[in-house]
Design a protein around this ligand. Structure first.
Ligand SMILES: *Cc1c(COP(=O)(O)O)cnc(C)c1O
Length: 437
């Protein structure tokens, strides 16, 4: 059994300080049961909690840490920059350096604007789309997450392609009604939504690799259809690549699928573990943003030099030839090792992956399914989340820290070695035997 005294004590204290004891809800372990572990330090692929337990980390701070924890180049960039002053509220060379790296490598990003979170990036990109098109409606997909701002905390109403209903208290219905919600990977529903609302849509926003509600890999033909419908109806296409950008490849999902959006949003990896978000696109569109244009958007800490330097150090390491193919190969080894065991034992469990993002689900993959992927939010059985809670606990006991929710994906980092992968496969096999055997 894990020692948990210190984490437990810290959690009891935190309950008197923060709502639910945490500063972001999923951290509270509500969906897996039990109380959260408090982390003390991270070293490459591993984390150590407040009681001194050591785990192989599969969460990676929810995606940003593609080099693992405390990578020497990132730590060096942070300390070197912070020693010169952590913020000026004025331009710094560090902004140019990170901006240049992104603009040079992502062809459709001619201009970029940095801010401090992915939520801010999406919120600002949508404001820009509305300002550019002088339209109000936004189309999003059920099962995609775009941060916690009002217009996108919206669920599908009843029926296909309906105007949304808010998914959080505090979001005015009037605002939710400006959001159209359609199911993922459903060409007919998409066609219908554009037929009904197309001439009022400012934009459609999608995670081209939906990875915040399971991993719901889309058919390329569906993403192409979306691109084509946006162009035909004069709506902008926003790829929210906060999670997939620089993760499924340096050019993100856009390069992976060969589809060019009008605007892209980034976060997570581009900050090297520091808070950064960004949106970018063609110069002609980006010039509508203040101070060049009428769309206002600002930030006291935007383009923070310490965060810029951390992001630059991390992205530079990602440019190493073979970086993404190596990472994908290790992820495939992990998934295939676990899937082979599940198949052999007849467990209804499988792990899907793209690049170094993976997600396990408690469903048998039927041989005649049209796709090997789970592709829609409503294809995930809510009841399976109880089983995930057991798997999560069994993995913790075996020295593996997976995300404390079955709807969350996992990540490998460059710091996860072949030896880590071997240990992970063993831990998953043994944990699955304990839960499903
Ligand atoms: C994480 C995420 C966000 C929100 O970013 P924050 O930095 O948490 O505000 C938005 N969109 C996607 C696709 C994300 O993965």
């Amino acid at each position: 059994m894990l020692r948990r005294e210190r984490s437990e004590a810290l959690y009891q204290e935190a309950l008197h300080l923060f709502p639910g004891g945490v500063n972001s809800p999923v951290r509270a372990f509500r969906s897996v049961g039990g109380t959260p572990l408090f982390f003390q330090r991270g070293e490459g692929a591993e984390v150590v909690d407040a009681d001194g337990n050591r785990f192989i980390d599969l969460c990676g701070s929810w995606g940003p840490l593609i080099l693992g924890h405390a990578h020497p180049a990132v730590v060096e960039a942070i300390t070197r920059t912070a020693a010169k002053g952590s913020s000026f509220g004025a331009p710094t060379e560090e902004e140019n350096t990170l901006g240049r790296l992104i603009v040079d490598h992502v062809p459709f990003v001619e201009r970029i604007r940095f801010m401090s979170s992915g939520t801010e990036a999406v919120m600002s990109a949508i404001r820009l789309a509305r300002g550019a098109t002088r339209r109000d409606l936004v189309l999003k997909f059920d099962g995609c997450y775009h941060g916690h701002f009002d217009s996108l905390l919206v669920n599908a109403g009843s029926g296909l392609a309906t105007l949304g209903t808010s998914s959080s208290a505090g979001v005015p219905q009037a605002l939710a009604e400006l959001t159209v919600v359609v199911p993922l990977n459903d060409p007919a529903a998409l066609e219908q939504a554009f037929a009904t609302h197309g001439d009022r849509l400012a934009c459609a926003i999608i995670e081209p690799v939906p990875a915040n509600n399971g991993l719901l890999l889309q058919d390329r033909s569906f993403l192409l259809q979306l691109r084509e419908l946006c162009s035909r109806h004069g709506a902008l296409l926003i790829f929210d690549e906060v999670i997939s950008g620089f993760r499924v490849g340096f050019g993100g999902a856009s390069m992976l699928y060969g589809i060019v959006p009008d605007l892209v949003t980034y976060g997570k990896i581009i900050g090297g573990g520091m808070p950064v978000g960004a949106y970018g696109g063609p110069a002609a569109l980006m010039k509508l943003i203040a101070p060049d244009g009428p769309v206002y958007q600002a930030g006291t800490l935007s383009g923070n030099p310490v965060a810029m330097a951390a992001g630059h150090a991390q992205l530079t390491a990602c440019l190493r030839p073979g970086f993404y193919t190596d990472l994908e190969a290790r992820t495939r080894t992990l998934c295939e090792g676990v899937n082979a065991h599940a198949r052999q034992k007849g467990y209804a469990y499988a792990i899907d992956h793209v690049g170094s993002i993976f997600w396990g689900f408690f469903q048998a993959r039927s041989a005649d399914a049209r796709s090997a992927h789970v592709q829609r939010a409503d294809a995930i059985r809510p009841g399976s989340m109880r089983t995930y809670g057991k798997l999560h606990a069994a993995l913790l006991e075996r020295g593996v820290y997976a995300a404390p929710s079955g709807y969350e994906v996992g990540f490998l980092s460059d710091a996860h070695t072949d030896a880590h992968v071997t240990r992970l496969v063993e831990a998953f096999r043994s944990a699955l035997d304990a839960v499903l055997g």
